[in-house]
Write a protein that binds this ligand. Structure first.
Ligand code: ATP
Ligand code: MG
Length: 577
């Protein structure tokens, strides 16, 4: 590709709306341009990278026996209403106002609607279906360029199985394909077990790339054997134990003391573990005629609640509103506790660290009062214990073999065991060997194409620009001719360009006439092709060509006669790493 003919608008300045490195560099390197919030045009260089990622994805999906589809983005409202997701998605789904249509944010419904009349016998199963297609999501906070767009490309795959063992097998195949894909894309990744939330699935895993720009907080052990989303992470946590002094509970006045910090200051103590933090939750009634239930949860004063862990134990749980607090506990948020609750039906639970603990201090369920010497064993009948705390940076793994580190990560892929949720809602059934009707068991597997590119750049850049390597690099070689209009250097460079192309390399040839060498070098570093080849008058005089490795900055002067061999070696080495 000749630079002079290619549309490759590089920028010196940092775009004003870009904050994270990948966004800044994708715009500066001429890969993308924003059209409107969260909506991007892919310029030729960007498209080249995305297509390479798609190629890898396609090859790995085909390798596990996936069949490629291409389904429409427009789909009828009724289909989404049938699974209840028109409502679930709310404002996050794009709806076409003058037609009863939505722009699909994902394709479980549409794929299942194809499965229903076609996968009717056990003989038709299992199947893995996939597509690489544009998705539309009205993300409330599009950010980071293509990292979180409102229009983006996803590879979404769906498995259809007759049995749960079959689902396990399909899921494992997809997981392996994902590992292959991310490895080939040059990402350093890890997986975390995810809470499947609104998708309504059971087991699910997210593929994560560590990056400061990431929106997910994750925990990784220093030996890399354990990784988890922060909300569900577990650590070694010691029970705070009993003091067994047998002291009776005692109410005391704590005017205007609302937080644990204020309480610790008031009592002049630094160890906050026995200042039990109490929070009231509501578990909505599961069926009509049933009543909402109330839950008071306790953690140590120096811990935080994990609402995700709570939601895993008590489905649908939500924090109590201020009015509810007064009605149920008899006090405001800063003054509630497990003793003297106004409503006696409140279920009380505590974190495992508090198991059977005594000499606790908590709210008195009376504004501006606290109670001390609470003994959970003695004073709180029917209390149950669960792991409901959020782990902290630096804690040990459960088996105490390694330390946990908290960091930020980007989710690049997500695999779910959906089970029968969609097939059930849409009535997708198959006949088993005995001629009996059964609901098809499904999995769904998604990868963000542009997000892979963004995540790669987050992990592979320096102050000068992007550092590509391996299969997703837009080109193998960036050939620069340092020529003046008058000399024959450009003709020499063009000869090398043609030879490299004949040898099978993808070459970006900076043949521009009116551009200074300095600008060409800066552009080359910004665009980040792994190998730069410089043809200049100075070197040519000695019969030499210069090669620079983008990542290391290493430069080599090569005799023209050795060039073909050397370039092969260098590219081979880069792709090995
Ligand atoms: P997130 O938690 O980041 O919103 P998600 O859980 O909504 O992601 P899925 O519905 O599982 O994502 O989609 C599968 C993959 O599609 C994600 O792993 C991610 O790589 C990509 N993806 C999701 N939303 C976006 C988006 N708004 N822009 C770009 N890629 C996206
Ligand atoms: Mg999302």
């Amino acid at each position: 590709m000749k630079f002079s003919q290619y549309f490759l608008p590089t920028l010196k300045e940092v775009p004003s709306d870009a904050v994270i490195p990948s966004h800044i560099l994708m715009v500066r390197a001429g890969m993308i341009r924003q059209l409107t919030a969260g909506v991007y045009s892919y310029l030729p260089l960007g498209l080249r990278v995305f297509k390479k990622i798609e190629k890898i994805v396609r090859e790995e999906m085909d390798a596990i026996g996936g069949s490629e589809f291409y389904l429409p983005a427009l789909s009828p409202n009724e289909l989404w209403a049938e699974t209840g997701r028109l409502e679930d998605y709310g404002d996050d789904i794009f709806r076409i106002k003058n037609r009863e249509l939505v722009l699909a944010p994902t394709h479980e419904e549409v794929f299942t609607s194809i499965a229903k009349p076609n996968l009717i016998s056990y003989k038709n199963l299992p199947q893995i279906w996939y597509q690489i297609q544009t998705k539309f999501r009205n993300e409330p906070r599009p950010r980071g360029g293509v990292l979180r767009g409102r229009q983006f490309t996803m590879k979404d795959a769906y498995s259809f199985d007759a049995t749960w063992e079959g689902l396990d097998e399909s899921y494992n195949k997809n997981a392996q394909a994902y590992r292959n894909i991310f490895t080939r894309c040059g990402l350093k990744f890890f997986t975390v077990t995810a809470f499947s939330g609104a998708m309504g699935g059971s087991e699910s895993e997210e593929f994560m790339v560590e990056a400061e720009a990431g929106e997910d907080t994750v925990v990784i052990s220093s030996d890399n054997k354990y990784s988890s989303n922060l909300e569900v992470a577990v650590s070694f946590s010691e029970n705070i134990g009993r003091k067994n002094s047998g002291l009776e509970i005692e109410e005391f006045h704590t005017p205007n003391i609302k937080s644990i910090e204020e309480l610790a200051g008031f009592l002049k103590i630094t160890d906050k573990s026995r200042l039990a933090k109490s929070r009231l939750f509501v578990i909505p009634a599961k069926s009509e005629g049933k009543k909402d239930e109330y839950l008071l949860a306790l953690v140590c004063g120096d811990d935080e609640f994990s609402e995700t862990k709570l939601a895993k134990i008590f489905a649908g749980i939500r924090p109590g509103h201020p009015e509810e607090l007064f009605d149920i506990a008899g006090a405001e948020a800063g003054s509630i506790g497990p003793v003297n609750l106004k409503n006696k039906t409140v279920k009380i639970i505590a974190d495992l660290k508090l198991k059977d603990a005594d000499e606790l201090i908590s709210g008195a369920c009376k504004n501006d009062y606290h109670i001390k010497n609470i003994d959970l064993k003695r004073d709180v009948v029917g209390i149950e214990y669960f792991d409901i705390r959020t782990v902290k940076d630096g804690e040990e793994t459960v088996d105490r073999s390694s330390k946990l580190r908290m960091t930020k990560a980007i989710e690049v892929g997500h695999i779910f065991k959906l089970g029968t949720r969609y097939a059930e809602a849409l009535g997708a059934k198959y006949l088993d060997v005995n001629g009996k009707d059964n609901v098809i068991i499904m999995g769904s597997y998604g990868i963000g194409i542009e997000r892979i590119a963004a995540a790669y750049i987050e992990q592979n850049h320096d102050k000068d620009g992007i550092i590509w390597s391996g299969e997703i690099s837009p080109f193998d070689i960036h050939l620069i001719s340092v020529n003046k209009k008058s000399d024959n250097i450009k003709a020499e460079a063009e000869k090398i360009y043609n030879e490299l192309i004949t040898a099978g390399y993808e070459v970006l040839f900076d043949d521009r006439d009116d551009i200074s060498p300095g600008v060409k070098f800066k552009d080359a570093d910004l665009i980040g092709v792994p190998v730069q080849v410089v043809v200049s008058d100075k070197n040519m005089k000695n019969g030499e060509i210069e090669i620079k490795e983008r990542r290391t900055g290493d430069r080599y002067r090569i005799q023209i006669s050795d060039f073909n061999q050397k370039i092969k070696e260098i590219i081979g080495n880069i792709n090995k790493n």
